[in-house]
Design a protein around this ligand. Structure first.
Ligand SMILES: [Zn+2]
Length: 295
């Protein structure tokens, strides 16, 4: 049965899954523009107020086994869609491989083909790492940051005198997304490899010129792909498996267990994501197979 719009919001606040107008089996953090408009109208909420309300829903899927600090973030796409994200900590791995809530929300927007991000809402002040990551996303858009329901600031004021793409000679940031065509070296028909290849084709890697993509297959048959999203400050760059995990965790427990993953990257590039992907995957699914394909 299709839930009513009011029950959609009620379900959202309870951490439920029936959030999207699409079937739950496709949900990876995106709330379509039409659903956003309906929720705003029916609940008499401004777009900002709705974003702040949805933080709780995003936060309910956080995975912070190390810090026990739950972060929920909601990114506003210029298309009208909203995107949920949550922090993901990876036991047994360096802390630098963790995915922050704001990064998850941006990764989900990126993988849904969003055109640009004009605001992010989060339950607290964004850390310096996230301010740096967000600045790469808002090169051509003046992004606003909503910190709960009491404080709003421009990203430019949160990160003055930012170091970004322009310092390294680039005019664009991670948005708008650009595509490059690649072919698998082996010409494989592996479906998951092609999902990862599609992600690699939209990776953002201007500094290393090492595009990559990852895809994971779950026990329920769902596939989550992630593109590598690089950053001028290098360290906040988001590896492709981490971008895929942003969608996997946003989907919630019904997505099932991770059974297999594929990494696709260039044969001879400046950097490889393989070791990081293998290590990250083993933290969530020790028995899952990882295959590496090249283009
Ligand atoms: Zn952060």
């Amino acid at each position: 049965m299709q839930p009513t719009r009011r029950s959609l919001l009620a379900a959202a606040m309870a951490g439920g899954l029936k959030m999207s107008a699409e079937p739950d089996s496709h949900f990876r953090g995106q709330i379509a523009a039409s659903t956003v408009a309906a929720l705003m109208r029916d609940e008499k909420l401004s777009r900002d107020a709705l974003m702040v309300k949805l933080i709780a829903r995003a936060k309910s899927h956080a995975h912070p086994p190390i810090s026990n600090y739950f972060v929920g973030a909601v990114a506003s796409g210029t298309s009208g869609s909203l995107y949920l994200g949550q922090n993901i900590e990876i036991p047994g791995n360096p802390l630098g491989l963790a995915v922050h809530g704001e990064q998850s929300a941006i990764a989900n927007a990126y993988m849904c083909g969003e055109e640009g991000i004009d605001a992010v809402a989060v339950n607290g002040s964004p850390c310096g790492h996230c301010r740096q990551f967000l600045s790469e996303v808002s090169v051509n858009i003046s992004m606003r940051v909503l910190m709960g329901d009491s404080l709003e600031m421009k990203l430019a004021d949160l990160l003055p005198h930012a170091f970004g793409p322009k310092n390294l000679g680039f005019k664009q940031g991670a948005f708008p997304i650009t595509h490059t065509r690649f072919s698998l070296s082996t010409g494989s028909n592996d479906v998951l490899a092609h999902e990862a290849l599609n992600a690699a084709e939209q990776a953002y890697s201007p500094y290393s010129r090492s595009p990559s993509g990852a895809a994971i297959l779950t026990s329920t048959g769902r596939v989550f792909a992630g593109a590598y999203i690089e950053n001028a400050a290098f360290n906040p760059s988001l590896p492709p498996l981490q971008a895929a995990l942003a969608g996997y965790f946003a989907a919630g427990p019904s997505a099932g267990d991770i059974e297999r993953s594929v990494l696709v990257e260039g044969e001879k590039t400046a950097i490889s994501q393989y070791a990081t992907t293998k290590s990250t995957l083993s933290a969530f699914a020790p028995a899952a197979r990882l295959d590496r394909f090249t283009f």
